[in-house]
Design a protein around this ligand. Structure first.
Ligand SMILES: [Zn+2]
Ligand SMILES: [Zn+2]
Length: 113
């Protein structure tokens, strides 16, 4: 029986291997520096539960950060909240500029804050 190569189909696994994962930090996380617009040198201030011992401190939990965490750009040393690093793109519904990765207020159910 001819294998996939001989039939000229090519295995799907190869395509999966060749396909780049997320190409950029912006694509993966929706973040880029608002000043120099680079996304490959960002640092975020994270919280992590850590275990104390006589030998030191070791991370013992997941990293936590939010739009209110501090974010820094290695290239231009710009520093601001994570929310400010979300590029604005027009909302699909109302067209208002909306931070990437965030729902536009027009899509949220109305409720008193
Ligand atoms: Zn920058
Ligand atoms: Zn909207």
């Amino acid at each position: 029986m001819a294998n996939a190569w001989e039939r000229g189909e090519g295995p799907d696994e190869l395509g999966a291997l060749l396909a780049p994962p997320a190409a950029t930090v912006r694509e993966e996380w929706g973040l880029e520096c608002p000043k120099c617009h680079r996304d490959d040198g960002l640092r975020i201030e994270c919280l992590v539960v850590s275990a104390l011992s006589v030998d030191g401190v070791a991370p013992a939990g997941d990293l936590e950060w939010s739009n209110g965490s501090l974010c820094m750009c290695n290239h231009c040393e710009h520093q601001d909240f994570v929310l400010e690093f979300r590029p604005l793109s027009p909302c699909i519904a109302c067209g208002d500029p909306t931070p990437e990765g965030m729902p536009c207020p027009c899509l949220e159910p109305e409720e008193g804050q």
